[in-house]
Design a protein around this ligand. Structure first.
Ligand code: ZN
Length: 454
């Protein structure tokens, strides 16, 4: 076992106003006390100390010698309140960056070209200063570990250690308590860079929709956007064995398949894989495709575990400034925080813009009635085959539903915190039933002429 820390390169990548990126290299000490450092490790195990590899293009961090992604196959948290260590076991060397975020306190580890083969629930329980961690894809070529801490911490040391001759490595982070979090310039720059990276991915034009098989002159058919919530580093709610992001993707794909089989619609998925997609991008996709219906899929979870066995069932939500009840309000807060928990702040244009919000109000009246229609149809079609919650038609202020031109609903498929319901939601039989019920409601919606058809 030998430490690889031959030389560390600080890569403060700054996003300029027009989104062009530039790299400002410099050097930092290995374990700077009192500040978190942003490092990029050479991907090859034996890079000479005097020759850091040039980074000609920050958009393409893959070193040419790398064959396939490195796999992270285990993660552990050890230690106590005075020193907590997070270790990530890897099949090869990686480039990484570490920085902290505030409100809530988090430590973010960005790793290039890594895939995870660790159970998604692995980070549910914390230890010492770590209350839990989540991991997964973040941006193209970049994976992320978000470590939630009980309070402010300092990253005392990070190291990439080579283990044995097979090229395996272990990435270790040592966290110690800190009186407060004063983010260093490097940390702020790293957070900006990660946001810019998403922006680059976001600016990539959506792939051209596949033409309908039936006709080369593709008739105008309703566009339906299916939005499986969460994804990648944003796991969503965690159940006993599964996580929300996987369940909603499975149902989303099933729904896509069933809808495509009808030949009556064009289906656009906000994600078809385990990818992180910011809320703003989901909304943009819907607008760009001029969707006539937007269906966001989620799974709820109850914090109070003592009540978890008693609360279950699906609920269909529409957008409302004021929530139907306190639980709906808390749920919307939780779903709206998806980007924040993944280490991305919501772009201001989504959150606040007076002029836009007035326009939104005016136009939304037209579509909100349609969303209410669909909500009712969905509840009717689910009843009988799907367990519904006590009050299955509710409303709350979900950011992803703020779409003036498209009727949008958010379906909480069930409670992942309910053991039996989770088991059901994981089964293909249930997923098929759910997809069939939603499809029937969509058919009703477009058959009754209650939809807008531009
Ligand atoms: Zn969710």
């Amino acid at each position: 076992m030998r430490a690889l820390a031959s030389r560390l390169i600080i890569a403060c990548v700054l996003a300029t106003a027009n989104g062009v990126l530039g790299a400002v290299p410099g050097a930092v000490p290995v374990a700077a006390q009192g500040s978190t450092h942003v490092k990029t490790m050479p991907a090859r195990p034996s890079t000479p100390a005097d020759a850091p590899e040039p980074r000609s293009d920050v958009k393409e961090p893959a070193p040419p010698t790398q064959v396939g992604p490195v796999v992270a196959d285990a993660a552990s948290v050890t230690g106590n309140q005075s020193l907590t260590r997070l270790a990530l076991e890897l099949t090869g060397p990686v480039e990484y960056q570490v920085f902290r975020l505030r409100t809530p306190d988090r430590v973010v580890v960005d790793v290039s070209h890594v895939e995870f083969s660790i159970p998604a629930t692995a980070g549910r329980d914390g230890k010492g200063l770590v209350s839990g961690f989540r991991f997964g894809a973040f941006a193209p070529g970049k994976a992320r570990v978000v470590i939630e801490t009980a309070g402010p911490v300092q990253v005392e040391a990070t190291r990439l250690i080579r283990e044995g001759a097979r090229g395996r490595h272990r990435l270790e982070l040592d966290l110690v308590p800190a009186p407060s979090v004063d983010l260093s310039e490097g940390e702020v720059a790293a957070a900006r860079e990660s946001a810019a990276r998403l922006h680059i991915a976001d600016a990539t034009p959506a792939p051209a929709p596949p033409a309908l098989k039936s006709s080369p002159a593709a008739p105008r058919v309703p566009v339906i956007v299916i939005d499986p919530g969460h994804g990648g580093v944003d796991t969503g709610a965690q159940g006993a064995v599964g996580v929300e992001k996987d369940i909603v993707l499975a149902v989303g794909r099933e729904l896509e398949k069933v809808l495509n089989a009808t030949g009556k619609y064009r289906v656009v998925m906000t994600r078809s894989s385990d990818a992180f997609v910011p809320l703003a991008q989901r909304i943009r996709l819907s607008r760009e495709h001029e969707a006539q219906l937007f269906i966001s899929l989620h799974a709820d979870s109850l914090e109070a575990r003592e009540l978890a066995h008693a609360i279950r069932g699906a609920t269909i939500y529409t957008l409302s400034q004021s929530a139907s009840d306190e639980r709906a309000r808390r749920l919307a807060d939780k779903e709206n925080a998806a980007d924040l928990l993944a280490g991305v702040h919501l772009p201001t244009e989504v959150v606040q813009d007076d002029v836009k919000s007035i326009l939104f109000d005016l136009m939304a009246r037209e579509t909100s009635g349609l969303a209410l229609n669909f909500r009712q149809l969905a509840a009717k079609r689910m009843r009988g085959s799907i367990h519904l919650s006590r009050d299955p038609q509710r409303a709350a202020n979900f950011l992803v539903l703020r779409q003036a031109e498209t009727p949008a609903v958010l379906i909480e498929l069930g409670y992942i915190s309910h053991v039996d319901e989770e088991k059901q939601m994981l089964s293909q039989e249930w997923q098929r039933k759910m997809a069939a019920a939603i499809t029937a409601a969509i058919n009703d919606f477009f058959a009754t002429g209650s939809s807008i058809f531009r």
